[in-house]
Design a protein around this ligand. Structure first.
Ligand code: HEM
Length: 420
């Protein structure tokens, strides 16, 4: 496995890592996003700097925007697509990469995952699963999510992430997909170890760990598909297996993405939301007085500290964008977390305000054809989870040092000790 892993690491992260480090040494501002611990701890002053420099900032690495209008526009622009391309690589390396892909495990950002696939294949993958995630279908899950929350909140949480925020989303998505609940802790462990795969310029050791853990998920899923072929249920994965419309790799990519996206992001919404409300008791007091505002509190949490901080698009055909000429192969990074603090759209953007009327205009669920498939589910889990948490434990407070995750694209807490 190792030579393939090394080639994949070199092409996906190694060259980029060298480029990022070289750019950082030359004082490239954008490179700080990937290297500077202060930016990871608090990226918002950094986004402000990018936004104030230019609408679209070019660096040695890529283009970037922290403006709401341009970030939204690039996500919807027909000249841009998604996914890693081996085209810029020198020919022999591109060849090695394509060869090494044959033995690659399939993670959430590897093709044929819909997240990194352009139409028409993207449309085909998404159509097969979208029915289950419409706002209406998700609203039907409300009683079940409330029951799950009540069960999880029966014992007082000591660490809000381990004891509540991570368990609610993984339980809900496991039930939708039809994977056994006793696998939850394994999935969480594999998912946590694989989460850095969304970041850029990983070290070899970290990349290797992500591959090992993605391979565990792949192996388990293959066995699960075989079981479902013998004994199908009425869950989503049984339906997909029965349809027989997807190849084994497509099935693996779709199932793995739904599972990982289902719990790797919403945990951050719940953890960050609880942390913000414990630190802003005056906002919690508003929600106690006006519980109809819980939905908006979730939108404001998503705006204020987005669980997914950035995404990117690759230019497919030469185009004029944001007043600049963008060439095929150029990458534009949409800084979602920065767009959500754009003062042109959100007055007083650095204030957490659960009564903000346009909080829902955030870009935390992206936009265009890749708009988050699970947005309705995440919103419902966020609303029920945060409301029930503070109803059950009104005096919840932080008790010790919270620790943030070390990832940069995904933002949230790894641990959040609390007491009541
Ligand atoms: C607060 C929680 C969540 C956040 C912030 C979030 C954020 C995002 C973002 C930003 C994207 C698009 C990335 C891009 O455009 O490059 C995305 C895509 C996606 N999300 Fe979510 N997500 C959340 C929860 C969920 C849940 C619960 C599911 C469960 C099914 C889910 C499933 C997906 C899928 C399948 C895609 C790919 C859609 C496509 O490529 O067409 N997400 N999400």
């Amino acid at each position: 496995m190792l030579p393939g892993t090394a080639v994949r690491w070199a092409t996906k992260h190694g060259f980029m890592r060298a480029g990022i480090n070289a750019a950082a040494r030359k004082g490239d501002e954008q490179a700080r996003f990937f290297t500077d611990p202060a930016v990871r701890a608090d990226p918002y002053p950094f986004y402000r700097g990018i936004r104030e420099t230019a609408p679209l900032v070019r660096s040695r690495l890529m283009w970037a925007t922290a403006r709401h209008d341009l970030a939204g526009a690039v996500l919807r622009h027909e000249a841009f697509g998604v996914g890693f391309s081996d085209r810029p690589l020198p020919a022999p390396i591109g060849l090695m990469f394509r060869f090494s892909r044959r033995s690659s495990p399939i993670g959430p950002v590897d093709p044929p995952s819909m997240l990194v696939t352009d139409p028409p294949d993207h449309t085909r993958y998404r159509r097969l699963v979208s029915k289950v995630f419409t706002a209406r279908a998700i609203e039907g899950l409300r009683p079940r999510i409330e029951q799950t929350c009540a069960d999880l909140l029966r014992d007082k949480p000591a660490d809000l992430i381990a004891d509540f925020a991570s368990l609610l989303p993984v339980t809900v998505i496991a039930e939708i997909l039809g994977v056994p609940l006793d696998m939850r802790q394994k999935f969480l462990a594999w998912g946590n170890a694989a989460a850095p795969t969304l970041d850029l310029g990983l070290s070899f050791a970290t990349y290797r760990q992500t591959e090992i853990n993605i391979r565990h998920v792949n192996d388990w899923m293959r066995g699960h598909f075989a079981r479902l072929r013998r004994e199908p249920g009425d869950d989503l994965l049984s339906q997909l297996v029965r349809l027989d419309d997807l190849s084994e790799d497509e099935l693996l990519a779709t199932a793995g993405l739904l599972l990982a996206a289902g719990f790797e992001t919403t945990v951050n919404l719940l953890g960050t939301g609880a942390w913000l409300l414990m630190r802003h008791p005056e906002q919690l007091a508003i929600l106690r007085e006006q519980p109809q505002r819980w939905g908006n509190a979730v939108e404001e949490t998503l705006r204020f500290d987005s669980p997914v901080q950035v995404t990117a698009r690759v230019c497919r055909k030469a185009t004029e964008f944001g007043g600049e000429a963008i060439e095929p192969g150029h990458v534009v990074m949409a800084m979602l977390g920065g767009a959500n603090r754009d003062p042109e759209v959100f007055p007083d953007p650095d204030t957490f305000d659960v009564t903000r009327t346009n909080a829902r205009e955030h870009l935390s669920f992206s936009g265009g054809v890749h708009y988050c498939l699970g947005a309705a589910l995440a919103r419902l889990e966020g609303e029920i989870g945060l409301r029930m948490l503070f109803e059950r434990y009104p005096d919840l407070r932080i008790d010790g040092e919270p620790h943030r995750r070390t990832t940069r694209v995904l933002r949230g807490f790894e641990s959040l000790p609390v007491t009541i």
